[in-house]
Design a protein around this ligand. Structure first.
Ligand code: SAH
Ligand code: SF4
Length: 390
């Protein structure tokens, strides 16, 4: 069973292990929390909103990492902030560059845990794929992350921190003359199930969307879920981002095996939650992700059932050729099978781009993420047993 209680650490109160001098991190606080933190160190209440706005702009527009650089604040005030607070990001352990330009960051966070984030440059956009948990409590049988036990939820600071780290690395601070952004889109498709870390993901995305900071449009943020049905409506109401559903099967029998959370919320419940998602229209469509597994979910009948199931929902279908990982119990469908499947979907009126695997040479493709130091791998037998037992 997945953990339902959030285990978000409160960085304001919990000092990092092994570092008794650690000061609370200002990154990842909501505006309200930032204001309260500033009042807590003696900022007069009347000034606090303005000061929070100034600090916010330094953190998220300019990306400063040192209070001394906040030059529109008085020197004494900068010293006060430095004495009490930190501006901390996840530590970049390694950065790998794929031959196709994809960048994969291995990041170390408090407690010595590691997570990955992937930057994917394309012609018209740059997408950063970020993680929401260390590992995942769910055990989708085709997913590498699913073989790693959940270690913990990420904090808002660690989620937003992934965006800051990528912008540091890409040199993207301040305003570009041509208005073109390197990190223009965010997808919550890295490690973890974002809807099982709801509050932290929501707070982090609200920081990402804030107009006086990172100012990413909610339409350029996509949250991917395996189908945590009760939280889908909350995502629509409290985040308002785009939704992607890891659908992957067209019968409950098959989906139970591939995405075991289906035993709790089945295809019918999931589709209903999608129909109820707010603001759906031609320009705001749900993405149905569908991993192509040879001989498992890739027949013409599957393609036809898929379009029947989602009929009436403004939708895109994203076919993902399975990305193998060592010991994976599946194979990628053949290309002619993927094309035949895509053809049926297209004829039914859905755009169905086949997601070109990116960064394969550095194991950065969908579902391949798993931090090297956390190889508490479950065996295939264990996964199969859990899938069967549910
Ligand atoms: N936990 C969330 C988000 C992370 S997974 C979710 O499941 O939606 C991001 C996407 O990659 C999901 O659609 C997931 O099903 C897919 N995926 C996982 N493993 C994969 C693999 N080995 N090959 C291709 N896609 C995979
Ligand atoms: Fe977790 Fe998503 Fe992987 Fe399933 S596909 S195990 S929900 S990360």
């Amino acid at each position: 069973m997945p953990a339902t209680a959030p285990i978000t650490q409160d960085l304001m109160t919990i000092p990092r292990k092994g570092d008794p001098s650690a000061r609370p991190n200002l990154v990842g606080l909501t505006r309200e929390q930032l204001r309260d933190a500033l009042i807590g160190v003696g900022t007069p209440e009347k000034q606090a909103k303005m000061r929070a706005g100034q600090v916010w702009a330094w953190l998220y527009q300019k990306g400063v990492r040192d209070f001394a650089d906040m030059t529109n604040l008085a020197k004494d005030y900068r010293a006060l902030l430095a004495e009490h607070f930190d501006i901390a990001r996840p530590e970049v352990v390694t950065r790998q560059l794929s031959s196709d330009g994809t960048r994969k960051y291995l990041l170390r966070i408090a407690g010595g845990h590691e997570v990955e984030a992937v930057y994917i440059p394309e012609e018209d956009r740059g997408t950063l794929c970020i993680s929401s948990q260390v590992g995942c409590t769910l055990t989708c049988s085709f997913c590498h992350t699913g073989t790693q036990k959940l270690v913990r939820n990420l904090t808002p600071a660690e989620i937003v921190g992934q965006i800051l780290v990528a912008r540091d690395d890409l040199g993207e601070w301040g305003h570009k003359a041509d208005g073109k952004r390197l990190v223009s889109n965010i997808v919550l498709m890295g490690m973890g199930e974002p809807l099982y870390n709801f509050d932290a993901v929501r707070d982090a995305m609200q920081i990402a969307m804030d107009n006086e900071g990172l100012s990413l449009s909610r339409r350029r943020i996509t949250l991917s879920t395996s189908g945590v049905v009760p939280e889908i409506a909350r995502a629509g109401a409290e985040i308002g981002c785009m939704l992607a559903i890891s659908f992957h099967a067209t019968t409950n029998d098959v989906r139970d095996k591939l995405v075991p959370i289906n035993k709790k919320w089945n295809i019918e419940a999931l589709i209903q939650a999608c129909r109820d998602y707010p603001r759906l229209s031609n320009s705001e469509r749900i993405t149905f992700e569908y991993v192509m597994l040879k001989g498992v979910n890739d027949t013409d009948a599957d393609a036809r059932r898929l379009v029947q199931l989602i009929a009436g929902i403004p939708a895109k279908i994203n076919l993902i050729p399975f990305n193998p990982w060592p010991g994976a119990p599946y194979e990628r469908s053949d290309w002619d099978r993927i094309e035949a499947f895509a053809d049926i979907v297209n004829k039914a009126g859905y755009a169905s781009p086949v997601r070109t695997p990116r960064g394969e040479d550095i194991m950065a493709a969908c579902g391949q993420l798993k931090s090297a130091t956390e190889r508490a791998r479950k065996s295939r037998a264990q996964i199969a047993a859990e899938t069967a037992a549910g």
